[in-house]
Every structure is written in C-alpha cells, then in structure tokens.
Ligand binder design. Structure first.
Ligand code: SF4
Length: 478
C-alpha cells in the first residue's frame, strides 16, 4: 500500500470541522422542560457528547445533565423530574481530551442573588486571561469550560442580574450565543459579531430561543426574529425587552454554518441553509464548469450543493454515494481506535450509478484531505471513469477560535499544499475550490460590513475579533 493510502487508512476519516454546541430556551410554557427536550433533540447535529436541561418554576431549579445523545442522556424519569415554566437546554461537542460530565451544560451556580443557569454556544477568545485574573483574586473554578468565566463575572459584580450580565458581556470577547436563566427571568445575548446563530420564536403566550430555527418547527413555535449582534434580550413577567450592551457591532456570521454545520431546514439570519447550499453549487458551476455524466454529493451536507451544480450544469444528479446513518455515533467517540473502525462502515458508492461514468463529486470542505481521498478511491473501485472533486467552500487554511474544532494549522492540508498537490494527494482527476467571494455572493450578503457580514477567517485569516496568544493553545470549547 502506498504512503498516501496508508495515511488515509489510519487517520481520522471523518475529515470535517466539528460542530460546536446548540442552545434552546423556553419562557412561560407549562411544558417548558419537554419542549426543551425536543428542542435540543432537533439541535442534536450541533453536539453529541453531552446534553442537559435546567428549569425554573419561579422559585427553584431542577435539572439533569448526562453524557451522550439527548436520548441517551435523558430517560422518562429524568425528564419528568424537571419542572418549571422557564427552561434552558444545551447539547455539547467537546473538541479535545475526554468529555466530562462536569463540563456538560447548562452550568448551574448559586450566587448572592439566587440561582443562575448558563447555556453557551461559542468560544471566548479571552477566557484564559479573565480566568487567570479571577483565580489570582481568589475565584475557584469547578470546570474547564470558558462558560464558567461568564458565571464568575456575573456573580462577582454585586449588581442586579441584568446589569451584572451586561457588565460580564462587556468584558468577554469572542463568540457567544448565551442563555442565562434565573428563577424568574430568561436573558439571551449574542456577541457583537453575531458569530453563532440565535433566533427567537413565539409559542402560545411564551417565547422560545434556539441556535437554529429548525427546532421551532419541532416544538410548534413560530419564528419571531433574530437576536442581533451585541443585543441582550430580557424575557420576564413584564414581557420581552431588548438592550444593547455593545455599540461596536459588526456582523460576522460564521459562513461555515451555511456551508456545513446547520441543518438544511434552518434559516440563519433569514437565509435558508438548503437554498444557500444550492446557490453554492450553482456558483461552483459558474466558476468551474466540468464536462461529466453524473453529479453526486457527499452525504448529507453536500447534497444540496450537488443538486445546485447539477441543475446549473444540466447534468443528472444521482445518489452515487450512500451513507450508513447508523454508524454516525461511532465518529463522535474521540478515540482513534473507534474512528478507524468507523471508516469502513460510513460510506459506500453505488456501482450502478457511477460505473463507466465521468463523475463530479461535490463536497462541502476539505480539512485534512483524508475523507476525500478515501471517497475518490471508493468511486474508482466502483468503476467511475473519471472523478472530479469540486468543493463548495474555499480551502480551509486557518484555525477557528470561535467554538469550531478545526485542526491545528499543521493538520490543515490547504495550509501547506497547493490545490494541485491536494488533487494529487486525494487522487482526483481535477479539483476546484469555490472562491471566497463566490461563497459570500452565493450565501448572500447581510449588510455592507466586511466580507458581506460573514466570518471567513478560516479561509482568509481575517478574524473579526482580536485573537490572544493564549487562545491559540486553548482547546476547551463551548
Ligand atoms: S473561523 Fe471559520 S469556522 Fe470559525 S467562525 Fe469563522 S467561518 Fe466559522
């Protein structure tokens, strides 16, 4: 076996950026914990290593957190023990080291004003600095999560809860879609760049908030509006009100949410993810028209882009690759042994579709190149005459510090290899990456800000926030 195939065989085949976390909250609903359960279940794709729900009945908290999928973390008994009309939930993905229950969210604290529960999606870029200062001043941390830094800042301020949260938000930097629950209030906040998605919905006389709008459909809520960058929304017995905690906002929504992370039935900043992916496919055709017999997409996240390419090219779209859904769980186990075992079970090529054909294979991204190489090999073994790989995003050349598990720069194949070298590595007949400008145009511009209101830092290195040296070695996300 060649060096190349040896590498493919033994490395982590699920060569994708890993999703971060998902948050879901309910205010003023008699079944708030159940709605939250179904809400975080709809957000399961955003984190599969732990799940948790905390509810308030106006006086006390009840909660449960567990490891694994939502259905593994909760059984009927555990859910039925959680009571209240306010509730927040969280699904988490851990990026490095062991998953620990102590880091599962919502994190719950007692402070001088009562109880506090926090659910956070994103990653703070100055958590290490704040933590260091707080520890020098005597704070004792229970977890390694950067979310606990926010809790300490809130509890130490001595201010009323709304001012205390606002004060904390002004000190933290980075990405956060944050839910803070007290006995009587739900406070929702989004960082000044709006890096992670966060939407508000209505249900009956109450409100829901979710990382993605797909969860609204699941629980029967109606989309209300987006939480704006730099906005804090307070929901309590006086209703819903909005405050700005930062005057310096510049929208920079993670473009990878559209490309890969989010569910196709979600709308992010009112742009539907499936339709955005179809436009990415169309744009790919405009930039790289290839003569071929069939277009296929790597399931599931690249199917929409493949349909878009096929429509624009007038080439039939076919299911040339099939994913075995029931081994997905294998890949979230962080041990190398489990990953290696899962490789051979994850995908297969449909011989009758690709045999003797010139195949265009659309994928959403190449991180280390290992998956792409394996799939190209699979298509060739199934008889494909030519395999052209088209990627509906630009080359990933820089790490993400905002809650996405990118490999270190050394592991990113595009950071050290040219497109031609990557083509050779994955064994494709041709390889093309969508341009950054093409990607932004295809997703849609949000406003007049940089990069069309998108974060594209992992492609072009233009980080929308300051990046601290310590952040670069920080591995705990969410
Ligand atoms: S660096 Fe990349 S993955 Fe991270 S927030 Fe920006 S676009 Fe998303």
């Amino acid at each position: 076996m060649s060096d190349r195939l040896d590498f493919i065989e033994h490395d982590d085949i699920w060569d994708k950026l890993n999703e971060e976390c998902g948050v879901f909250g309910v205010y003023n609903h008699p079944d708030a914990p159940s709605l939250t359960y179904y809400g975080i279940h709809a957000l399961q794709h955003r984190g599969q290593e732990s799940a948790g729900i905390c509810a308030s009945n106006g006086e006390v908290f009840t909660n449960h957190r567990g490891m694994g999928l939502v259905t593994e973390a909760f059984n009927n008994n555990e859910l039925s023990r959680i009571h209240g009309h306010i509730s927040i939930g969280h699904v988490r993905y851990t990026t490095a080291g062991e998953s620990k229950l102590e880091n599962a969210q919502p994190l719950i604290f007692k402070y001088s004003g009562g109880n506090l529960a926090l659910a956070h999606n994103g990653n703070l870029v100055n958590a290490d600095q704040i933590r260091y200062q707080l520890e020098r001043q005597g704070s004792i941390f229970q977890t390694t999560s950067d979310t606990e830094v926010i809790a300490h800042l809130i509890s130490r301020s001595g201010l009323e809860i709304e001012e205390a949260v606002k004060n904390a938000l002004r000190l933290i930097k980075g990405a956060y879609a944050l839910l803070v629950m007290t006995e009587k209030k739900l406070i929702v906040a989004l960082d000044p760049n709006g890096l992670r998605p966060l939407s508000l919905g209505k249900i009956g006389d109450g409100y829901v908030v979710s990382s993605e709008t797909c969860a609204f459909d699941t629980v029967g809520a109606k989309y209300f509006r987006e939480v704006e960058p730099g906005e804090m929304v307070i929901i309590d017995e006086d209703g819903l009100r909005s405050e700005r905690f930062s005057g310096q906002t510049q929208r920079a929504i993670c473009s990878f949410e559209y490309v890969y992370f989010a569910r196709p039935d979600s709308d992010i900043a009112e742009i539907n993810v499936h339709l955005a992916r179809k436009r990415l496919g169309r744009k790919l055709f405009l930039e790289a028209p290839i003569e071929a017999d069939v277009v296929t997409g790597v399931p599931d996240s690249s199917i929409s882009a493949a349909i878009g390419y096929a429509e624009a090219a007038g080439i039939p779209y076919e299911l040339g690759l099939i994913k075995n859904r029931y081994v997905a769980r294998t890949f979230i186990q962080p041990t190398q042994e489990m990953r290696a075992r899962g490789v051979r079970m994850k995908l297969s090529a449909v011989r009758k579709v690709v045999e003797g054909k010139r195949v265009i294979m659309i994928d959403d991204s190449i991180v280390r190149g290992t998956t792409s190489g394996r799939i190209v090999q699979m298509l060739r073994e199934a008889g494909a005459k030519e395999v052209h790989v088209l990627i509906s995003s630009p080359p990933v050349m820089n790490p993400c510090y905002y809650g996405i598990d990118t490999s270190s720069r050394e592991e990113l194949i595009a950071a050290s290899k040219s497109v031609e070298q990557i083509r050779e590595f994955i064994g494709a007949d041709s390889l093309y990456f969508l341009s950054t400008e093409g990607m932004i145009e295809a997703i849609g511009r949000h406003d007049g800000s940089n990069n069309g209101g998108h974060c594209v830092a992992c492609f072009n290195g233009q980080y929308p926030t300051e990046i601290y040296e310590d952040t670069k070695s920080c591995t705990e996300k969410c």
